[in-house]
Design a protein around this ligand. Sequence first.
Ligand code: C2E
Ligand code: MG
Ligand code: MG
Ligand code: MG
Length: 288
Amino acid sequence: RAKTEGRATYRFFEAEMGEAVRDRRMLEHDLRHAIAGNQMKLAYQPQEDIQNGTVIGFEALLRWAHPVRGNVPPDIFIPVAEETGAILDIGEWVLRTACQEAASWKQPLTIAVNVSAVQIYHDNFVAIVHEILLETGLPAHRLELEITETALIRDFDRALSTLRRIKALGVHIAMDDFGTGYSSLSNLRAFPFDKIKIDGSFIKSVNTNSQAAAIVRAVLGLGRGLGLPVLAEGVETEAELQFLRDESCDEVQGYLLGRPAHIEHFLDITQGKTTTTATATIVKDLAA
Ligand code: C2E
Ligand code: MG
Ligand code: MG
Ligand code: MG
């Protein structure tokens, strides 16, 4: 009897596994057609100067409206796209679309674009960035590539050489999600970063957790010492903003200042009618 039950459990397990595998295959398949199927869009989130509250740029964040599943969050589909290599086409589309958009603005705001490790280690990456700048006419210094430390560890020498060539184009580079993953201080010194982005998880507990506050202060000190501006991500409350102001953080981004949204919601800013989010009509998050 125990044997039969064991077998039944195993078959159930097998069926579940089969379903997970089929589901995953379907996601992989659907991802390959998402761009051509017009299912991908970019949401834009403002990045502000903390002193005067003016918008200095926007981060482009990818949104996938799956025809059956609805909105699939990037934390789910980006890793899948990285494993299958679909991120190469998707990433190029993101870069081109974001640069085209930014080139159309009346204000010389920056556009920050997230770049995956798979793109960085691909032979054509620097050529693609260069080509997109020429094609869209966006001045190189207005483009900022956001790269996580985890992307560097696969092959430091190769990553360093690629980032140097990107810098030589005049494009800026930000270290994204600093403090999570494989944080190493030597990375900050060795790689040609222009900005440090503190991960939102530290900002979340800055007023309630003294360790988070200490880490944020330390990163801000590090930025000052290295001469790198620091941007705090995930700012949601006035108390967090005040803490960051008191600690001389340079730039902020988060729901408090503006949710990622269709760029039309920020038309007044991109067209230069206002420079702050306070007067811009910010509606709902272009759902993640
Ligand atoms: P990230 O680059 O660190 O982006 C910040 C994430 O925090 C975004 O999530 C953003 O919507 C969210 N966020 C912004 N403000 C707040 C806040 O005040 N509170 C909270 N709780 N969250 C906030 P999202 O859009 O879901 O993206 C998640 C991650 O997916 C990104 O993290 C980035 O690593 C990746 N990603 C998004 N778009 C792209 C892309 O075009 N290419 C690549 N390679 N990765 C992307
Ligand atoms: Mg980012
Ligand atoms: Mg981040
Ligand atoms: Mg992140």
